[in-house]
Design a binder for this molecule. Structure first.
Ligand code: PEP
Length: 252
């Protein structure tokens, strides 16, 4: 059965004290039991976050990993390093990594392979630019993004893969995809995964929506059949708003 998930991507925000304060604030909430909650603080604060969350169900997620295990790659962090501090989850393929750090599908494929081989769970992000949507190329583009990366993984790997559909035009812009647009893409992706494997994979993979989700629009998006939750940027920096978004994903 697929899980309901809400994950917060804190990006390059919050210093050490702000991170500790936000993690501590989140720990105080009684999150609904049917929603798995994840947060993604910046690299230097992952270990502190893991330690602070020892007796909590909130999971800590890295925002990125390098596609090698160790060696002369100055400034990079490997899956193995993350595992050694108790981080078992990572984002891969966020549109900001693709746009500002030239992460191509080939690079992302390597990252996926390294993460899964090191038993990290991945949240793989994909989604079209506005120009793709305007030219009605968004389904084709998304299909290619998935064909070149996660769909090269074997069926067994999918128990460690979460997908996040994040139309680039909706990230940090305040412009959200309509619930219908999100549902249409999520359904397309789920059906395509079924074609590539079978419904034991497609029925069980959680597909999150990301792009300007906030307390005021979360429940109408999460209510759609194929939307299993959200990857939340800006609104995850406020404990109060993040909690409201998590509650919007609960059926309890
Ligand atoms: C994101 O960065 O993954 C994201 C969805 O950001 P925002 O919620 O701010 O649009």
């Amino acid at each position: 059965m697929r899980k309901k998930i809400v994950a917060g991507n804190w990006k390059m925000n919050n210093n050490f004290n702000q991170t500790k304060d936000l993690v501590t604030e989140l720990k105080e909430f009684n999150f609904p039991k049917d929603v798995s909650v994840m947060i993604s603080p910046a690299y230097p604060f992952l270990k502190t976050s893991v330690d602070l969350l020892q007796d909590s169900s909130i999971k800590v997620v890295s925002q990125n990993i390098h596609q090698k295990n160790n060696g002369a790659y100055t400034g990079e962090v490997s899956s193995e390093m993350l595992k050694s501090i108790g981080v078992n989850n990572t984002l891969i393929g966020h549109s900001e990594r693709r746009a500002y750090f030239n992460e191509t599908d080939d690079v992302l494929l390597e990252k996926i392979e390294f993460a899964l081989n090191n038993n990290l769970n991945i949240i793989f992000c994909f989604g079209e630019e506005l120009s793709d949507r305007k030219s009605n190329n968004h389904f084709k583009l998304v299909k290619t993004q998935l064909d070149n990366t996660v769909l090269k993984m074997n069926k067994e790997s999918w128990k460690n893969i979460i997908l996040a559909y994040e139309p680039v035009w909706a990230i940090g812009t305040g412009e959200t995809a309509t619930p219908e647009q999100a549902q249409e893409m999520h359904e397309f992706v789920r059906n395509y995964i079924c074609e590539c494997y079978d419904n034991s994979v497609s029925d069980n993979v959680s597909i999150l929506y990301g792009g300007s989700v906030k307390p005021s629009n979360a429940s109408e998006i999460f209510n759609k059949n194929d939307v299993d939750g959200g990857l939340i940027g800006g609104a995850s920096l406020s404990a109060k708003d993040f909690n409201l978004i998590i509650e919007a994903n609960s059926s309890l």
